[in-house]
Structure formats: structure tokens, C-alpha cells
Design a protein around this ligand. Structure first.
Ligand SMILES: Cc1cc2nc3c(=O)[nH]c(=O)nc-3n(C[C@H](O)[C@H](O)[C@H](O)COP(=O)(O)O)c2cc1C
Length: 209
């Protein structure tokens, strides 16, 4: 199934979906494979294509990944203080993020885009090449998923426990960097709106800063 979205609608309505992930509806393997195939059209430094997508659907493996995510999220949430004290928008996001953390293990597929090599000790240009060689493919995956009625949410908190997750999934930690964790599920309803964002005029610097 392809949603009838224009390119601009696709770009403006691919949101961080947490509460509207349909945890009951299975996601067929071939749909996930299609999304990866589309993602692989993204650019990479030197066209090296040093990417891998670990797609986790086995329940025991999802439990392990979600458990580490939840541990990291708990520390993050505690540092943010009580949600009751937050401004309304921040509170909505905190509650939505808590919901995802609570249900991560129930999401049909957990996708971890990885890139070859370790990035943390590289000089800035090497880091940029590494991250730039996977993040664009990762976002293309999210766009391809959205166009098929699937929701995703770019998350990074599990990376506090990257090594533990690597061990749980058999990812060779010394050779491969995990870059994020994308929960993937069909969305409850397919109507999403553009998010609140800064005006373009406020972030553009013509000719000089
Ligand atoms: C680099 C990055 C890291 C993120 N990490 C998390 C995360 O660990 N957990 C989470 O629930 N959301 C995470 N998010 C989602 C953001 O909160 C979300 O993209 C942002 O609030 C905008 O949401 P919107 O596009 O729906 O408006 C992350 C997003 C990015 C780009």
C-alpha cells in the first residue's frame, strides 16, 4: 500500500510517531525490505555504502534491546525532572517518549541502521563522513516507511548501552557503529500534520553568518 502523498506532504508529515504506533498489526518482512532497498539509494562518502540494517523482530531479541533502551530512558527522564513541572509542549513530548519506552518491546520491528567502523575516535571530517554515510539512508528509510503507512521514531538513547545491545544481537562492536534505533509499526490512522518549526528566514544566513 502506498499513501497518496505528494513529495512535499511526505517531507512535512514524517513525524516522530510514538503513541500512534499500531502494536497489534504485523509488519510484513517484504515491506521492511522494500524500505531498506529505497534507503540504499542515499549517498555515502566515496559511494562506499558501508551501511547495514539490523532488523529485529524476534521477541527475545526485542525484549533485550527494549530493556536497554528503557534503562537509558529512565536516567534521561529522571534528569528532566517531573513532567508536571514542564511546559505543555515539553510535557506532551515527555509523555509520548515515556509511552514509547514503555512499549518498545511490543513494536513489531526494531531497526538499527549501522555503519562500518568505529566513529567516536575519528577526527571531525572522518566522523562527518561516517555519520553522513548512514543518517541519510536512515532518514530515507523513515520516508519510505511513512509512504507505506508505517510510522517510525528516530531514537538514540539505547546507544548508552551500545555494547550490550551489540552483544545481545551479535553485532561486531569493534567493527560496526550502531547509529540509532527505529521502532517501526503501521500507524493508527495515516493523517499527520507538519510539526511546529522555526521559520526558514530565521535560520538562513545569506552569504555570511
Ligand atoms: C538525533 C535524534 C535523536 C533522537 N532521540 C530520541 C530518543 O532517544 N527517544 C525519543 O523518543 N525520541 C528521540 N528523537 C525524536 C525527537 O524527539 C523528534 O524527532 C522531535 O521531537 C521532532 O518530532 P516531530 O518531527 O514529530 O515534530 C530523536 C530525534 C533525533 C533526530
Amino acid at each position: 500500500m502506498q499513501l497518496p502523498l505528494t513529495p512535499d506532504e511526505l517531507l512535512t508529515t514524517t513525524r516522530a510517531v510514538r503513541k500512534r504506533l499500531d502494536l497489534e498489526r504485523p509488519v510484513p518482512r517484504d515491506v521492511l525490505e522494500e524500505c531498506v532497498a529505497l534507503a540504499l539509494q542515499a549517498p555515502s562518502a566515496g559511494n562506499t555504502q558501508t551501511w547495514s540494517f539490523v532488523i529485529v523482530t524476534d521477541q527475545a531479541a526485542k525484549d533485550a534491546v527494549a530493556g536497554w533502551y528503557r534503562t537509558s530512558f529512565a536516567a534521561y527522564a529522571a534528569a528532566g525532572g517531573p513532567v508536571e513541572a514542564m511546559a505543555p509542549a515539553a510535557r506532551r513530548m515527555a509523555e509520548s517518549a515515556q509511552h514509547l519506552a514503555d512499549h518498545m518491546h511490543e513494536v513489531p520491528a526494531l531497526v538499527i541502521p549501522c555503519v562500518k567502523g568505529r566513529l567516536e575516535h575519528r577526527a571531525l571530517d572522518g566522523q562527518a563522513a561516517g555519520w553522513g554515510s548512514i543518517v541519510q539512508a536512515g532518514w530515507s528509510f523513515c520516508l519510505a516507511a511513512r509512504s507505506r503507512g508505517l510510522g517510525t521514531c528516530w531514537t538514540t538513547l539505547h546507544l548508552t548501552y551500545e555494547r550490550e545491545v551489540a552483544d545481545a544481537l551479535g553485532i561486531p562492536f569493534e567493527e560496526v557503529t550502531q547509529t540509532c534505533l527505529l521502532p517501526v509499526a503501521y500507524t493508527k490512522g495515516t493523517d499527520f500534520k507538519p510539526g511546529p518549526r522555526t521559520d526558514a528566514a530565521d535560520v538562513i544566513h545569506w552569504d555570511r553568518w
